[in-house]
Design a protein around this ligand. Structure first.
Ligand code: NAD
Ligand code: DAU
Length: 333
């Protein structure tokens, strides 16, 4: 299979590239990535010399480079996106450009070049918050942030291309991922790195918001399965079945690192902060998927990875990250 992966230098994309090369002897992957602040070729260290892998530096909004890169592909998996909710609140423009218009650029190329399979990587955030129960793939979209609204817009375009043009699309909507190579602006890597350095952990609001944690390899396995066995035009939820409050995960990270709860600092809440996400994953279960990594083991493995790879996140923290951190937390932590 000649597979084009976009955004393969980011967190989930790089884990997916590794996963696919390890799982499938006969795959050839072209990774198209703009290398934004979140893209990092260090995430792919060790696989650059694999003859089954190529990197193309480019923007998914650039129709010329997209056309050249996708020509002859058997499948495209689109991870490329602006992904951080807080950044979408302080500056939504890049989210509209990449997440909506970039997706449209890819869809046009897929249609024109008659690529047999297109998989859009989406998120449980498109459904919005839910107090009880869980969203299915049929639930209405009700996004809260500019990020999730952009992802929802992209999902609707993807499905419209299927309905209107018969484009062979698939969508996965996963819950929040954790694991190695995640940019330290998201709660898990940020709190681990801060705790290691005895810096404060900025908990938004009352810390009781709930997320459903999914170990990144389990997401990769789900995406691989949908890519092979999913029905065109269909959406598949991928969740870990681990609903945990932010404060609980914060305390667990501190315990795993042997640090004190005094590092916790309650800060102003995120505007429009969704209270709880929950998705029903029985549809993907019907294809034979189930998460393999229990939350406790996955979190311990994740903490261990960041603790043993300080050079990876310290390098990031010396660059653009510092300005972002000062802007976001305004010197409160
Ligand atoms: P990330 O922010 O770590 O990486 C994004 C990657 O996309 C980077 O390598 C970046 O350079 C690249 N990129 C950004 N704009 C681009 C453009 N215009 N052209 C080409 N490349 C571009 O993201 P992530 O957390 O790995 O998320 C990957 C995908 O999964 C996203 O679509 C996101 O919405 C979705 N998702 C993420 C999570 C999560 O918990 N992280 C959960 C559900 C869904
Ligand atoms: O649910 C899937 C989504 O998960 C993905 O679509 C997004 O790309 C990904 O970033 C993630 O979004 P969240 O907003 O849930 O992730 P984040 O790590 O930013 O925040 C997780 C929770 O932690 C959320 O309730 C806000 C809270 N939080 C976050 C940060 C960065 C804090 O309390 N303090 C913080 O400093």
């Amino acid at each position: 299979m000649r597979l084009v992966v976009t955004g393969g230098a980011g967190f989930i994309g790089s884990n997916f590239v590794r996963y696919m090369l390890a799982e499938h002897e006969d795959v050839h992957i072209v990774n198209l990535d703009k290398l934004t602040y979140a893209g990092n070729l260090e995430n792919l260290r060790g696989i650059e010399d694999d003859p089954r892998y190529n990197f193309v530096h480019g923007d998914i909004c650039d129709a010329v480079i997209v056309g050249k890169t996708l020509r002859g592909a058997d499948a495209v998996v689109n991870f490329a996106a602006e992904t951080h909710v807080d950044r979408s609140i302080s500056g939504p423009q890049d989210f509209i450009s990449t997440d909506v218009l970039g997706t449209h650029t890819l869809l046009e190329a897929v249609r024109r070049l008659e690529i047999p399979r297109y998989l859009q990587i989406s998120t449980d955030e498109v459904y919005g918050s839910i107090e009880e129960g869980a969203f299915t793939e049929e639930s209405d979209l009700d996004p809260s942030s500019p990020y999730s609204a952009s992802k929802a817009g992209a999902d609707l375009l993807v499905l419209a291309y299927h309905r209107t043009f018969g484009t062979p699309v698939l969508i996965t909507r996963s819950s929040i991922n954790y694991g190695p190579y995640q940019y330290p602006e998201k709660i898990v890597p940020l709190f681990i790195a801060n705790a290691i350095d005895d810096l404060q952990l900025p908990v938004y609001g009352d810390g009781l918001n709930v997320r459903d944690w999914l170990y990144v390899d389990d997401n990769c396995a789900g995406i691989d399965l949908v890519l092979r066995d999913g029905v065109p035009g269909h959406v598949y939820n991928i969740g870990g079945g681990n609903e945990v409050q932010n404060l609980t995960i914060t305390h667990r990270i501190l315990e795993l690192l042997g640090k004190s709860g005094e590092l916790i600092r309650y800060v102003t809440d995120r505007p429009g902060h969704d209270r709880r996400y929950a998705i029903d994953c029985s549809k993907l279960g019907g294809l034979g998927w189930a998460p393999q990594v229990p939350f406790e083991a996955g979190l311990a493995r994740t903490v261990e990875w960041y603790a043993s790879h300080p050079e990876w996140w310290r390098t990031i923290k010396s660059g653009e990250w510092r300005e972002y951190y000062a802007r976001q937390y305004g010197g409160t932590v």
